[in-house]
Design a protein around this ligand. Structure first.
Ligand code: BGC
Length: 434
């Protein structure tokens, strides 16, 4: 890791941390069940057999967690609102208290309305779910809109579609493969309808958090390049194109349910910012006879691509390659592909799993990614903020509690929070950037 001082980001750059409801809140008895509760009840679905019933118990300890935010000196806190909780008596009261606490700490609340914990009674395969989402968005905005300046509709509809509905390694555990495409469309429609509902409620700063992975062809062979292009289309362009251009990319438009022309006008509602979640690039090659797996994405044989481990980089505890330049590549690529249609970008998630309190690996990871991002900003890409994933160690979906992404360590037996070396490092970085 270089010892040169971190270059300065532009004045007004928004520094934050992100979390999500299902991963930290606990208090499962005080909300409806979500698809994740049903999924974790199925044996063998979560690596360590755990559930998010208690998680970090943030529901009861949110004051302590907001104090940690305040101590860090961030400008903004991205958290998610649990739709199953909002559906339960007193559910919105919790977010009311949380938002008050965050505002009192001088931090900007940035709620995400959907971070994968769909009420178990709903189903993204069904079009009506999009309309129900917009109603829910309006209810939340009605209650919190007087204090919440910035909203995020969905978290990573690409991952939710791929992992939850196409491959079945996340909730709701469906293995629909290409039949999962309506799930993507209905989430995008839900997003557009929610943007309208939020604007009608007076919101002025609205975006989405999309995951982006630079796709590397496994080799220059035409079959590998073709497979990589298709994967890029499915993971990146299928979600960015309709939002930013009002069209689905050729090759998938034909696979969408029915006539989607009118929906596309809703999906392409103008955004105030475009959120990017970045973790690592993906190496993709031609189909293989056997299933392939890289970074927790198990691709069955028979699909028109396979995934490969990226060689030549250090890896995180999750086995994901550490490629800081990929973050710059993503934002520069978005600017080059979408030009003026791309609103200002916020990096809504970036982080890594490593064990331990003296997490020098995480510091090196974040430091290198921020330097790469700074290069892109200096090169003219309009990035306005950066959120570390995550404030706390948490319930890391199918990995359970075994993968730790937090700046703050959580002892899941006692629920004691202990800031890690990376917390102190990030706090000093923020001070130096002021
Ligand atoms: C998700 C987070 C998750 C992180 C690390 C992102 O795709 O939005 O919820 O914890 O990746 O796996």
């Amino acid at each position: 890791m270089t010892t040169d001082p971190m270059p300065r980001f532009p004045a007004g750059f928004l520094w934050g941390v992100s979390t999500s409801a299902h991963q930290i809140e606990g208090a499962a008895e005080k909300r409806e069940r979500s698809v994740w509760d049903a999924f974790t009840d199925r044996p063998g679905r979560v690596a360590d057999g755990s559930t998010a019933a208690v998680a970090c118990d943030h529901y009861h300890r949110y004051r302590e967690d907001v104090a940690l935010l305040a101590g860090l000196g961030v400008d903004a806190y991205r958290f998610s609102v649990s739709w199953p909780r909002v559906n339960s008596p007193g559910g919105l009261d919790f977010y009311d208290r949380l938002v008050d606490e965050v505002c009192t700490a001088g931090v900007r609340p940035v709620p995400t309305l959907f971070h994968w914990d769909l009420p178990v009674t709903l189903d993204w395969r069904i079009r009506d779910t999009a309309f129900r989402f917009a109603e829910y968005a309006a209810r939340v905005a009605d209650r919190l809109g007087d204090r919440v300046p910035s909203w995020i509709t969905l978290n990573e509809p690409a991952e939710h579609t791929l992992l939850g509905h196409a491959l079945g390694v996340h909730a709701p555990g469906e293995e629909l493969l290409f039949d999962a495409l309506p799930v993507a469309h209905h989430q995008l429609l839900a997003h557009g309808l929610a943007v309208r509902a939020l604007r009608a409620a007076g919101a002025r700063d609205i975006g989405i958090a999309n995951s982006h992975t630079p796709v590397r062809a496994a080799s220059d062979a035409p079959a590998d390049r073709e497979a990589a292009d298709f994967y890029d289309l499915l993971l990146n362009r299928l979600f960015a194109d309709p939002l930013l251009t009002g069209r689905y990319p050729r090759g998938v438009a034909e696979l969408m349910p029915g006539d989607v022309a009118a929906d596309l006008a809703v999906i392409a509602e103008p955004l105030d910012f475009y959120g990017v979640n970045y973790y690592a690039p993906t190496s993709v090659g031609a189909p293989t006879d056997a299933p392939s797996d890289a970074g927790g994405v198990p691709v069955p044989a028979g699909l028109p691509f396979s995934v490969r481990q990226i060689e030549g980089y250090p890896v995180t505890d999750f086995g994901w390659p550490v490629v800081p330049g990929g973050l710059a590549e993503v934002v520069t690529g978005l600017r080059d592909s979408y030009g003026d249609r791309l609103p200002p970008v916020l990096i809504t998630e970036n982080g890594c799993s490593y064990p331990g309190l003296d997490d020098q690996d995480r510091i090196a990871f974040l430091d290198a990614h921020l330097r790469a991002l700074h290069g892109a900003v200096a090169g003219g890409v309009d990035v306005r903020g950066y959120f570390v994933w995550s404030l706390l160690d948490n319930f890391e979906w199918a990995a359970g509690y075994a993968r730790r992404f937090g700046l703050v360590h959580v002892d899941f037996a006692t629920l004691t929070r202990t800031p890690k070396a990376s917390y102190h490092w990030f706090r000093e970085l923020l001070k130096a950037q002021r």
